[in-house]
Design a protein around this ligand. Structure first.
Ligand code: AMP
Length: 306
């Protein structure tokens, strides 16, 4: 099954303790689509400006991402500038230039309107809502957001979140959204508004999934070198949704496997700037890391009667 994704396609300028890059390929939809494309077909809805180079479009094409919904309009491509300190878990946004996103009205091409899997990646929640309203009856809707939108457009954002099967956000966002410092309380409050499941990304500490009745905890793959965490969250979401769309298995077991695939994909992204590591990644490497995640987290149950 294919996935429909709407989100940002961007130029990023990023500074980490290990180096800096200017105007490299980034954006929530870019990371998501590239990651998901290792598992399934992806249809992308986004906008770029006249300055967006052909080579980036060609790269997305080589990943077999359908670009019918990628519009090029006069103006400049969305630009995000961020910085990470030695605590790589939290990005500090230095600049956000919406540029062509400021007037963007997403149109879901007719061929995508019956999408079964929909991801509303990080983008203006009003645009997320417009896309949600153009898709007939998706089997699974997931959405992401960030502090920028939680503080600037909370009403539109809640309308989106209430209709999601999976909200995928980081722990700072879960706290900000709920007004609760404790993540378990935060999850209860957020799910009480109507979403079915909440996945909280905790950087190097892994992820927690709250379903309302169960909690699943997955570690992050332990890496010796984390170079640039940009896009880790979107890459996680891409692996997660990509695997679900590939198997169609929405049981708790299948969802837990998808969380591990998401974590594996994110662990590759952070090894280099921009999408550089994903560009050289092979499916064999993904499977090998999935297996070591399994070995790493396995432990015996208690013997009978204890
Ligand atoms: P993350 O997976 O959370 O690290 O997402 C990083 C990506 O989000 C970067 O490549 C940015 O281009 C993109 N981004 C940053 N701010 C925004 C925003 N306000 N709206 C949409 N995308 C954004």
């Amino acid at each position: 099954m294919s996935i429909l994704v709407v989100g940002s396609v961007a130029f990023d300028s990023v500074e980490t303790p290990f180096g800096r890059v200017e105007d490299v390929l980034g954006g929530s939809a870019t990371y998501f689509s590239t990651s998901a494309s290792f598992f399934t077909d992806v249809n992308l809805v986004a906008v770029v400006g006249e300055d967006f180079p052909r080579e980036h479009v060609e790269f997305l094409r080589t990943r077999n991402i359908d670009l019918t919904g990628l519009t090029r309009v006069p103006g400049q491509t969305f630009h995000w500038k961020g910085r990470y300190g030695y605590d790589l878990n939290e990005a500090q946004t230095l600049e956000t230039h919406l540029n062509v996103f400021a007037d963007f009205k997403p149109v879901v091409p007719d061929a995508y309107a019956d999408a079964d899997y929909l991801i509303l990646a990080n983008i203006d929640p009003e645009l997320q809502l417009e896309v949600l309203n153009q898709v007939q009856s998706p089997r699974l809707v997931a959405c992401d957001t960030m502090n920028f939108w939680i503080s600037s457009k909370p009403d539109a954002l809640w309308k989106v979140l209430e209709r999601a099967d999976f909200i995928i956000i980081n722990e700072g966002e879960a706290r900000q959204l709920s007004g609760e410092a404790n993540l378990v309380k935060a999850a209860r409050k957020i799910l009480a508004r109507g979403a079915k499941n909440l996945i909280v990304k905790r950087g190097e500490y892994g992820v927690l999934m709250f379903t309302g009745t169960t909690v699943f905890a997955a570690p992050a793959y332990p890496l010796e070198e984390v170079f640039d965490p940009t896009g880790a969250g979107d890459t996680f979401a891409g692996g997660f949704m990509g695997y679900l769309a590939n198997t169609g298995n929405l049981s708790e077991e299948g969802i837990r496997q998808a969380i591990i695939f998401g974590s594996v994909m994110a662990s590759f992204t952070v090894e280099d700037f921009s999408l550089n590591r994903l560009k050289s990644l092979t499916y064999g490497e993904i499977e090998a890391r999935y297996r070591s995640m399994k070995a790493m987290t396995h432990f015996q149950g208690l013997p009978e009667g204890v």
